[in-house]
Design a protein around this ligand. Structure first.
Ligand code: ARG
Length: 397
């Protein structure tokens, strides 16, 4: 008999998976639900798992670990895939994989299972990480294997007494770092998302008529306070999701290149993530040199692509993190944001490591910048380009 540890969200797909694994593989099914800040009714989810025949259900509050070990590194790396997506779902998958492996170890399972389809990134993220952590484990993907369409799945659920609500237009994935919404009407990228898909943000039109300011304090590249009040990462992100969300800040709608080659239209709500990333980037601009910043952009982009593509355990990611980490010791200070009807602007910032010098930057006569050095600098700075330009002109190449 196979012992399987299933990542269980409590939704229809993974509920059907419990029964399907028992029927098809004669499996003894253990279920695991992680709390990564998705606000679910975890007691009901556990009861449902056991009612559907799970031998044992494991509930793991992973919020703190998620923030510390997954979200914080992403903030330091300015993690935004395609320049837009804060990687919210992508960051949770390697953590889910890790927990599946841990529970499998605890109960002596020979396989783990997840409810991802064969079209997405999540299957890649979970499976690559599981296999890296424990190559002995088999991975089962019921939803990918069973080839059921929605109607047949509902029929199967009805037959096996699996509870479901009929009207589920969208596929939603949530955690502290964001909410992703897919399917249904959103599959038409030429149509604006219906207002009903949004839960964490009011529409900018309905946001308050007065701007709201929020100041984010950073230490070692991660947020540690809001408006001067120190708080742990989980509380800070939750609070900021609320503040930004009520001002209509946090909506994302873009075209995304999945790792399996498909282009999709993705809609997200990531109020806290967008604010923190914007503030973090601004603070970096204050404290890092232009050369550090330019190189870091390349490193950050590469880091984001690795994480998006499911390669959390790729050694290159750790190499990049060593560089990133070294830069973050200067990322200390605060950034003030102005939130107003869907817009978010950095309006001021401060750091004890600031490289900004008013004496140098000022246009006034007291300035310390020696303008008489400029002509010589320009002469030498442009020399290689000027010479090359003339060769092009002369040769017509
Ligand atoms: N496109 C996003 C990503 O690849 C969102 C995935 C959401 N997952 C889900 N099961 N609905 O990270």
């Amino acid at each position: 008999m196979t012992k399987v540890v299933l990542a269980y969200s409590g939704g229809l797909d993974t509920s059907v998976s419990i029964v399907w694994l028992r029927e098809k593989y004669d499996a003894e099914v253990y279920t695991v639900t992680l709390d990564v800040g998705q606000d679910g009714d975890f007691e009901t989810i556990g009861e449902r798992a056991e009612k559907l025949g799970a031998v044992e259900h494991f509930f793991i509050d992973a919020k703190e670990e998620f923030v510390k070990d997954y979200v914080f590194p992403s903030i330091k790396a300015n993690g935004l895939y395609g320049g837009k997506y804060p990687l919210s779902s992508a960051l949770s998958r390697p953590l889910i994989a890790r927990k599946l492996v841990e529970v499998a170890d605890k109960v002596g399972a020979d396989a783990v299972a997840h409810g991802c389809t064969g079209r997405g990134n999540d299957q890649v993220r979970i499976e690559v990480t599981v296999k890296a952590l424990n190559p002995e484990l088999k991975v089962l993907a019921p939803v990918r294997e069973w080839g059921l369409d929605r109607e047949s799945e509902l029929e199967y659920a009805r037959k096996h007494g699996i509870p479901f609500t009929r009207e589920k237009l969208y596929s939603v994935d949530q955690n502290l770092w964001g909410r992703s919404i897919e399917c249904g009407p959103l599959e038409n990228p030429d149509m604006e998302p219906p207002e009903g898909v949004f839960k964490w943000t009011v529409s900018p039109e309905k946001a308050p008529d007065k701007p709201e300011y929020v100041t984010i304090g950073f230490e070692d590249g991660v947020p540690v306070s809001l408006d001067g009040e120190r708080m742990d990462g989980v509380t800070l992100i939750k609070t900021l999701n609320m503040i930004a969300g009520r001002n209509g800040v946090g909506r994302i709608d873009h075209i995304e290149d999945r790792v399996v080659g498909i282009k999709t239209r993705e809609v997200y709500e990531c109020p806290a993530a967008l604010c923190i990333l914007e503030a973090h980037k601004d603070l970096e601009k204050l404290v890092l040199t232009p050369r550090q910043l330019r190189f870091k952009e390349t490193v950050d982009r590469e880091w984001g692509v690795l994480v998006y593509s499911g390669l959390w355990c790729e050694p290159l990611k750790e190499d990049l993190e060593t560089f990133i980490e070294n830069t973050q010791r200067f990322v200390k200070g605060w950034v003030r944001l102005k939130l107003y009807k869907g817009s978010m602007l950095v309006v001021s910032r401060m750091s004890e490591y600031s490289l900004y010098s008013k004496e140098m930057a000022t246009y006034s006569v007291e300035g310390k910048f020696d303008q008489s050095a400029a002509p010589g600098f320009i002469e030498i700075w442009g020399l290689p380009s000027r010479l090359a330009w003339r060769v092009c002109k002369r040769t017509g190449r």
